[in-house]
Design a protein around this ligand. Structure first.
Ligand SMILES: [Fe+2]
Length: 335
């Protein structure tokens, strides 16, 4: 088992590295050992049942010689007693609990869900699958031992990063981490080329604006205000605003795919916010999966462009945005 809670991450390199859970009685399949002890009387057996009701005891009663008829009755009594005890909240022979942390389940399912996305341009199944969506939807800040930030903290001066990233894990198939946004801060409009993504609010509220890139061939861009220098025309990107939505901790995750809602701007509303971020595959500049930033341009004559058309300009990382790093406090994740 390799722990993946290290902090080497291309995700951070792109978005934060660049700035200041009793087992049921199997009556039909008893094991030979459980069919002992053989010559106990019904009375003895009843005493045993009353004094120490357990699945093992009930099993031995069921297969004791000389008490077969009554033993069956005792088996029934034993079950009745078990049910009563269970209904009173007493422990008889508990079902084993699945104590796997939710974040570990999410990581495992993310691997299953996204393992083919590196080799299949168009996956057989829509990504992510419903099981992963359900697991992520159930995630809360407490599952990651996250304590919501106060609206303002003395140490949050002008020098502190507006956004902080907690790295959880990264594999070739996906990366997973938590972004913490200070009150009033936002992650500028950026893309995820060739990638799938999931955003799940852990605390606070987010406003997310999603765009799709459109084919620019043969489309003459409008005039902008202010006018665009000719040198920047090659950096223009025709797009469409897909949605503007608010998310809270009770919301299902916001999803993106290589073709849909792939660009987004994320803003904290009404205070600090945090969200789980899953990207599949992870950012990787060596494989054409680098992060680009954009600014929405305003046409000089509003209404001259197609109603669904929005023009974006690729820009360097905005100076007022950088991402710090912070240790992830939650359950370790391993694959
Ligand atoms: Fe993003």
């Amino acid at each position: 088992m390799e722990s993946l809670s290290h902090t080497s991450s291309r995700t951070k390199a792109r978005l934060w590295g660049e700035g200041p859970g009793g087992r049921a009685l199997p009556a039909s399949s008893p094991s030979p050992s459980s069919a002992s002890p053989g010559h106990r009387s019904v009375t003895e057996a009843a005493e045993a049942l009353q004094s120490s009701v357990s699945v093992r005891t009930v099993r031995s009663l069921r297969f004791s010689r000389g008490a077969s008829g009554s033993a069956q009755t005792l088996v029934s009594s034993g079950w009745t007693l078990q049910r009563k005890m269970i209904s009173r909240g007493q422990s008889v022979d508990r079902m084993p609990r699945d104590r796997t942390p939710l974040i570990q389940k999410i990581a495992k399912q993310a691997f299953v869900c996204f393992k083919h996305c590196l080799t299949q341009a168009v996956p057989d199944q829509p990504l992510p699958d419903q099981h992963l969506i359900s697991l992520v939807t159930a995630l809360r800040a407490t599952d990651l031992k996250l304590v919501p930030r106060k609206s303002s903290r003395p140490e949050e001066g002008a020098q502190s990063p507006p956004v902080t990233y907690m790295h959880i894990c990264e594999t070739p198939e996906f990366s997973m981490g938590v972004f913490l946004l200070r009150a009033g801060s936002s992650i500028p409009l950026h893309d995820h080329p060739g990638m799938n993504g999931m955003i799940k609010v852990l605390y606070g509220k987010l406003n997310v604006r999603c765009f799709d890139k459109l084919d620019s061939d043969g489309t003459t861009p409008p005039e902008f205000d202010p006018a665009l220098p000719p040198s920047q025309v090659p950096s223009l990107c025709r797009s469409t605003l897909r949605c503007v939505s608010e998310y809270s901790a009770d919301s299902a995750p916001c999803l993106l795919t290589p073709q849909r809602d792939n660009l987004h701007q994320i803003e904290a509303l009404g205070g600090p916010a945090a969200f789980l971020d899953i990207l599949a595959p992870p950012y990787d500049p060596d494989n054409n999966r680098d992060c680009h930033y954009y600014r929405v341009l305003q046409p000089s004559a509003p209404g001259s462009e197609s109603p669904e058309e929005t023009w974006l300009l690729e820009i360097p990382q905005p100076e007022d945005f950088w991402c710090g790093g912070q240790a992830y406090p939650g359950p370790p994740v391993s694959m």
